[in-house]
Structures are given as C-alpha cells and as structure tokens.
Design a protein around this ligand. Structure first.
Ligand code: AMP
Length: 407
C-alpha cells in the first residue's frame, strides 16, 4: 500500500446496529477530508449521506442490506471520479474503529487481528447491543479493504486505570471474579481528549492536574481525572448508571427494579426498556429527551420540565462535589458534548453556588460563549477553572490508529 508519510489518511468507522458513521481524516494536515453516515442499514429506506469538506452534502437513497453493502457505498463515494476526495482505496493508510466494550482485556487501543476479534467475541455478553454491531463494521471493512491495518479504540479503555475501590460494587466478590460485574465506564475517548486539552490549557504537567470532565450529551457521564488518569466515572457496568440521560434513568435504588417487575408483572426486557428508553429526562418531563425542548417547556411554565432540568443539574453538581472530594481538590471542570458545549442554562445551574470549590464563574461569558470553541468561563483569578471544550473523539481514534498501525 502506498502510504506517503507526508499525507497519512485514516478512515474512522463507528458502526451501530443499523447505522455506520465514517470520517476520512488527514493526520498530517489535521483536517477532515469527508464524512457522513449510512442510516437504516438492513431496513427499508436506507440512505448514504456523504459530505466532502467545503462542499455540499449528498444523500443517496439506495437499499443497503448489511454493513458490507454500506461500506461499499462509502468507499464508492470517497473514490468517485466526480464527487470523490481520493483517487483510490489505496490512499487510505489505515482504518480506526470505535469499539464500545473492551472489558478488562483492553486498557488501550489495539491492532485488530484474528486473535483480537476472538477476544472481542468473549466480551459480547458485556455489551450485547453494541459490540456485535461494532464487529459488523470491522468485518465489512476487512471484507472490502483486505489487509489494510485496522485499530480498535475502546470507549472503556481510558477508565481501566480506576482503582478497585472505585470499580467494585458491594455485592458478593464472585460477581466480579466469575461474572465480570464491575464498573467499566464509557465515553472514555471523549474524557481522554477533553482532559488532555484541559491539561494543555492549564499549562501544567499532567501529573499535577486534577480535572473533572462532564460529557453531557444524549448519553452523559462525568469522570475524575487525576494526574491524567481516570480514577472514577459515573457510568458503570453498563451506560445506564450515573446521571439521568435523554431516556435512561441513571442512578436509582436497585430495589426499584424488582419492585417494578413485581407490581407490573414485567419480564427483564420490559423493565430494561422502561429504564433505558422511557426514563431519564423524557420520562420525568413527559416532554422530550432533548434539552432544547425542555428549556422551551420550562420557560412556558411546564413544572415537570423544570423538575427534570433541576434533577439533571443537581446530579451533575453532586458528582462534581464527590469527585473533588475523591481527588482532594480540582483544578478544572470541563463541559463537553451536545449539552455541555451548547447549553448555557445547564452550565449556569450546575455552577451556581460553587464558590466553596474556588470557582469564580463568569455568568455573562457563559451566556455569550461562542459555539465550537475552547472557552474559559471563569474569571482570571478563579482558583478552579471552568472550561467548555468541544470533544473530538475522532481525533483520538485517528491519532491512536496512526500510532498503533505505525504509519
Ligand atoms: P450528543 O449526544 O453529544 O450529540 O448531544 C445531543 C444532545 O445535546 C441533544 O439531545 C440535546 O439535548 C443537546 N443539545 C444539542 N444542541 C443543544 C443546544 N443548542 N442547546 C441545548 N442542548 C443542546
């Protein structure tokens, strides 16, 4: 394969059960060449959205029965003589795959080999929805792109540095040793990226920094990052634990689960659907999982929307306090992802009354915070800084892929 060192291009793939997001990135020029997604794979009405940088997006409606057909469509668009951005597949030096669950086996990104895929299979029961979908993306690429180097970047890997006291649940120890039940944490790629950026903004050696990263999006989690390493995070054995989310409940008393099952005569899938799909901001407000809708409803006097927003911001505040406690201090609090980057109301409610932590929050700056930029929201003398840092998981995936594939 031609892989000119001056222009390393990496294809990043994030495969879900019926979708496949992709992005072609130039590492050396540090830019996105094209990106898009295939949606409704295997369903009626499937489509490819293709957006070359600096040009309009295209939408191609064509039946895609599986991920292999979807990958063929993606590559077809990338190398198309008129709308494409590369002359041939050989210009792609490596593929980086976003993989959800690496269990305790993967503490960092890894080269995808037959052996690695067999290990991934063993982890399927820990992430029955996500890992098989991710693997469909890997297999489709292998089938079409042959022996091109591929790297898996795991959502769980960054949190593998958590100490036992943070990851063990107080249930019989055999649950951990025999069934692998422990806190794993997710969104690791995002927490890693924004915490590294925060270290750079603090302008201190990473070893001497204590950072709390709040990834608030449709799925939300917070991490405590001490000396550059994750030492605790709110998501647990699954992404259901921690903060309330769009439609996931977050922390609840586990006895509620069996109570609900008894009361409603529900089986496990019914109770799982209730807690994963009908709860969180959506279930609490009865309005929407989307924070933009919640603020509109709140401003129109909808009390349930107000309650949902208050519960969310309160939980974020509570975890910030908890993580400052476990690290014996905090240098910076970072907001990222859809809500963290865009929702000044959430940031204002969370940061209210945080003077005890040394936060001198600038409300005006927060309200005027420009989109898509790294911004410091605290006044210059604030002992603890608050930053908005747009996340860039693709950057981490591309960087790790180039490093591990030795490009
Ligand atoms: P993500 O999962 O990071 O893409 O975040 C998606 C979520 O971010 C949406 O469901 C919204 O709740 C929230 N969001 C996106 N844009 C805004 C905005 N401008 N203001 C408030 N919330 C937003």
């Amino acid at each position: 394969r031609i892989c000119k060192e001056t222009d390393v291009k990496i294809l990043i793939i994030n495969a879900g059960s019926s979708s496949l997001k992709y992005q072609l990135t130039s590492i050396d020029e540090n830019k996105i060449i094209a990106k898009g997604l295939c949606e409704r794979i295997g369903l009626a009405g499937s489509a490819l959205i293709y957006k070359p940088t600096g040009r309009d997006a295209y939408e191609f409606k064509k039946q895609m029965n599986d991920h292999t057909e979807a990958m063929k469509m993606v590559l077809g668009a990338l190398i198309d003589p008129t709308i494409g951005v590369i002359s041939g597949m050989e210009e792609i030096c490596a593929v980086g795959h976003r993989l959800v669950h690496g269990g305790e086996k993967f503490t960092g990104s890894a080269l995808i080999t037959d052996e690695m895929l067999a290990t991934m299979e063993e982890l399927t029961e820990l992430a029955p929805l996500h890992n098989p979908a991710n693997l469909m993306g890997v297999r489709a690429c292998r089938e079409i792109m042959g022996d091109i180097p591929m790297v898996g970047v795991f959502d769980t890997a960054f949190h593998q540095t958590m100490p036992k006291k943070a990851y063990l649940y107080a249930i019989p120890y055999e649950a951990y040793t025999q069934m692998r039940i422990r806190r794993y944490g997710f969104h690791g790629t995002s927490h890693l990226y924004v915490s590294e950026r925060a270290v750079a903004l603090l302008n201190k050696p990473a070893e001497n920094t204590k950072i709390i990263t709040c990834h608030l999006g449709n799925g939300s989690s917070i991490a405590a990052v001490n000396g550059g390493k994750s030492v605790d995070t709110t998501m647990g054995f699954t992404p259901l634990e921690g903060l309330p989310m769009g439609s996931r409940c977050g922390d609840i008393d586990p006895a509620i689960v069996t109570y609900l099952m008894d009361k409603n005569n529900w089986n496990t899938s019914e109770v799982c659907a209730y807690l994963n799909k009908q709860s969180g901001m959506c279930g609490l407000s009865g309005v929407s999982p989307d924070f933009r809708d919640l603020w509109v409803a709140h401003n129109n006097g909808n009390e349930r929307a107000t309650a949902a927003l208050e519960v969310f911001c309160y939980k974020v505040k509570r975890y910030i306090g908890a993580y400052a406690a476990v690290m014996n201090g905090v240098d910076a609090i970072v907001f990222t992802a859809g809500i963290g980057e865009n929702d000044s109301g959430v940031r204002e409610w969370v940061m209210k009354d945080m003077e005890y932590l040394g936060v001198d929050f600038n409300l005006d700056l927060n309200r005027k915070c420009p989109r898509g930029k790294e911004v410091e929201l605290t006044n210059p003398n604030s002992r603890t800084k608050v930053f908005v840092i747009p996340t860039d998981e693709e950057m981490v995936i591309a960087r790790d892929t180039a490093r591990i594939a030795k490009l």
